[in-house]
Design a protein around this ligand. Structure first.
Ligand SMILES: [Ca+2]
Ligand SMILES: [Ca+2]
Length: 359
């Protein structure tokens, strides 16, 4: 497979150099908004986005608070509700500053347990509308919010604080940060690596809550408590130190069934009349708990991962077996069985885990 353990260490080293560069290049703090200090110039936004643990259901409430350059609420707020079961919202707002905090409270579809949450969950984001009017609120934006505020209150600009908080949170889940979108642009109902990362972390924390809950009715309370504890642990040092939660996260990452999660999500959206391709959550779990997520690991942990359709040589598969992660055979026929007689047989072999097949 690709990448390796060493690659992540390289990522970490480069990331630290990158952070230092940002740190030294933006000494003045603040963030340099186009609105400036006096900031009375108003801008109209068509603010929209998705609220997702799993998708929030209709009736969820959303509060938008304008924040000033120091991320302090100005007192200007807007309220709206979600009208569908996809977690979507859209509201025109007029703001004098580009920073907002969005707070959403509601029931959600639980993609791990395939049911609606038994009570409401509150998720937040702190976002910069100059990066776009679409702002998604999810478990990652919720984890990052307080850390961003703490970093931005020191010498970090808002964008550097956001970047740093995101690196730290991904590191808790052993996820290399390269090419990852801003948390508030991720969407569990679309394909892509960043979306897969969101779905993996959402599902892991849902599983932690499920495992720790004394009954199904307390899963959401358990999830809220888990989120609060992680937020306060990483608030000032960016590192999760609570060993119990480190172990719980690792265990959840192992026991989750990623294909059931994808099926659950696909079926849920299908029941609501929407066809989706869920992201490949299996890539960002760690099924053997060695600290390397599956996409970068050489272990397959006994489950199959779809990598490519075999188009050449053509084969009608009858059986497939592997003796290790890389070496396997397909037994089949050159074409679909004819109505009478036997089709011509074919055996193909792979030595690279199924990426290429030959005779
Ligand atoms: Ca800590
Ligand atoms: Ca692993």
């Amino acid at each position: 497979m690709k990448a390796s353990k060493n690659l992540f260490h390289l990522f970490s080293a480069i990331a630290i150099v990158g952070i230092l560069l940002i740190f030294f290049s933006c000494g003045g703090g603040g963030g340099g908004s186009g609105n400036g200090n006096g900031g009375e110039q108003s801008t109209n936004y068509n603010l929209n986005g998705l609220i997702q643990k799993g998708p929030f259901t209709g009736g969820a409430t959303i509060t938008i608070q304008e924040l000033d350059e120091n991320l302090v609420p100005t007192g200007k707020t807007y309220n709206t509700v979600i009208n569908d079961d996809f977690g979507g919202f859209s509201i025109p707002v007029t703001l004098s500053h580009k920073y907002v905090e969005i707070i959403a409270t509601g029931y959600y579809y639980d993609e791990v347990n395939d049911n609606l949450s038994s009570s409401t969950l509150t998720l937040r984001t702190i976002s910069d509308l100059s990066t776009g009017e679409s702002v998604n609120i999810n478990i990652l934006t919720n984890l990052a919010r307080e850390r961003i505020i703490n970093l931005a209150s020191s010498v970090f600009s808002f964008s550097a604080a956001t970047h740093q908080a995101q690196l730290e949170i991904l590191a808790i889940f052993n996820i290399p940060p390269w090419g990852v979108s801003n948390f508030d642009k991720m969407d569990i109902s679309s394909p892509g690596d960043s979306n897969a990362i969101l779905l993996a972390i959402s599902s892991i924390l849902q599983q932690v809550a499920t495992s720790n809950a004394s009954s199904p009715s307390t899963i959401v309370a358990e999830l809220s408590q888990t989120l609060s504890l992680i937020i306060s642990d990483i608030g000032f040092d960016g590192i999760l130190d609570n060993q119990q939660y480190i172990d719980d996260i690792s265990m959840a990452s192992q026991i989750l069934n990623p294909f059931k999660i994808k099926d659950n999500l696909t079926n849920r959206y299908s029941q609501l009349g929407q066809s989706i391709i869920p992201p490949d959550v299996e890539n960002y779990l760690d099924c053997d708990r060695d600290g390397i997520v599956n996409i970068d690991d050489t272990d397959s942990c006994g489950f199959w991962v779809e990598i490519a359709e075999i188009t050449s040589p053509s084969i009608y598969i009858r059986n497939i077996f592997f003796i290790d992660n890389n070496t396997g055979w397909i037994v089949g026929a050159k074409q679909e069985p004819p109505a009478t007689g036997e089709p011509e047989q074919r055996i193909l072999k792979t030595t690279d885990g199924g990426y290429t097949w030959g005779k």
